[in-house]
Design a protein around this ligand. Structure first.
Ligand code: SF4
Length: 330
């Protein structure tokens, strides 16, 4: 697959405590640092990591909802970070987001038909009649009765609201969806239904997904590749099966320990779940930021930050002592 979306050296920093009552700056939060990845047309890249690892910030920075401090996002060769708001408008149609809790992002006083058509109305696309027709088509495609256009989001269940949110995201015919925990909070059967719907839509429409989730099973089901974030940096990125069967980074191996149900072929790479809390992104640890929690840490880990280095099979890891190297040496 060739790179369609290219993210290079993307960093997001902001001042902690900015805008508070005392307007005191407590330090710089390193929300994302030097993030590099590519995404092909029609591909799903899963983003995993603990809360606060930067997954959602990365999704928002790619969509220009958060301004990067450094780095670039290229879509089909155009540097989106160099565009002003007017120049960005046509690209906004092509990139949409589906949030974790659709209820939070829906105006409860708008009808479902109005909610789905809202991105079209805001971008002055089509007449009112055309927008209504599009809403009805999308509701039907989501497996919901188009007669529900006049109902309100509160009259639907959580799973139905998530399908309405996906319909709204698709209204402008985007190429890229950032899916931020889209199945979180749903029961297991509804999660499966949403994942199958997303997979079908991808096949039909050639969509690319950035799929953010703490549910490793869901990520493994949908993603062709997975990137693991720790404290705002990608520490490992690999094709899904390789990452699950043969994780190289100790942090990845610890996260995968929460996946007992998923068939894995690399039992020796199991490590206990990460101990303790992630460190503060205001004062990240020296060297490898994972070293205070890493069962494999050695002196060098405190002194030098490991660079993300890929092997010939597109498996990249940022670790001085990757697990595969230890296994090979044994
Ligand atoms: Fe652990 Fe060292 Fe690798 Fe960091 S560089 S993950 S501390 S072994």
């Amino acid at each position: 697959m060739s790179a369609w979306l290219e993210v290079r050296d993307l960093s997001v920093r902001f001042n902690a405590g900015e805008g508070g009552l005392l307007r005191k700056t407590q330090g710089v939060v390193h929300a994302l640092s030097d993030v590099d990845f590519t995404l092909a047309k029609g591909e799903t890249l899963g983003l995993i990591g603990e809360s606060g690892s930067g997954k959602s910030t990365l999704g928002r920075a790619v969509l220009h909802l958060v301004r990067p401090s450094d780095g670039n996002v290229h879509l089909e060769g155009t540097d989106l970070t160099a565009l002003n708001d007017r120049e960005m408008r046509p690209f906004r149609r092509r990139m949409q987001m589906v949030f974790q809790d659709p209820f939070d992002s829906m105006n409860p006083r708008m009808t479902v038909g109005e909610i789905i058509a809202e991105p079209l109305r805001l971008q002055h696309i089509g007449s009112a009649d055309e927008r209504r027709t599009r809403s009805a088509e999308l509701l039907e495609r989501m497996g919901l009765d188009p007669a529900g256009m006049q109902r309100y989001p509160g009259q639907y269940s959580g799973g139905q609201r998530q399908r309405i949110a996906i319909a709204r995201a698709l209204a402008t015919n985007p190429d890229l969806l950032v899916l931020d925990e889209p199945t979180s909070g749903l029961d297991v059967s509804m999660q499966a239904r949403i994942l199958n719907l997303l997979r079908d839509l991808q096949g039909e429409l050639g969509l690319s997904y950035l799929f953010i989730s703490h549910d490793l099973g869901a990520v493994a089901y949908l993603a062709q590749r997975i990137a693991v974030l720790y404290l705002g940096r990608i520490v490992e990125i690999a094709p899904t099966r390789k990452l699950i069967d043969r994780p190289e980074h100790p942090y990845t191996a610890s996260l995968l320990d929460a996946l007992p149900a998923l068939a894995r072929n690399g039992a020796e790479a199991h490590l206990p779940p990460p101990q303790g809390e992630p460190p503060s992104p205001i004062n990240p640890p020296s060297g490898c930021a994972f070293h205070p929690r890493c069962p494999k840490a050695q002196a060098a880990c405190r002194e030098r930050r490991p660079e993300l280095a890929a092997d010939a099979e597109a498996h990249a890891v940022a670790c001085h002592f990757p697990l595969g190297a230890a296994a090979n040496a044994a």
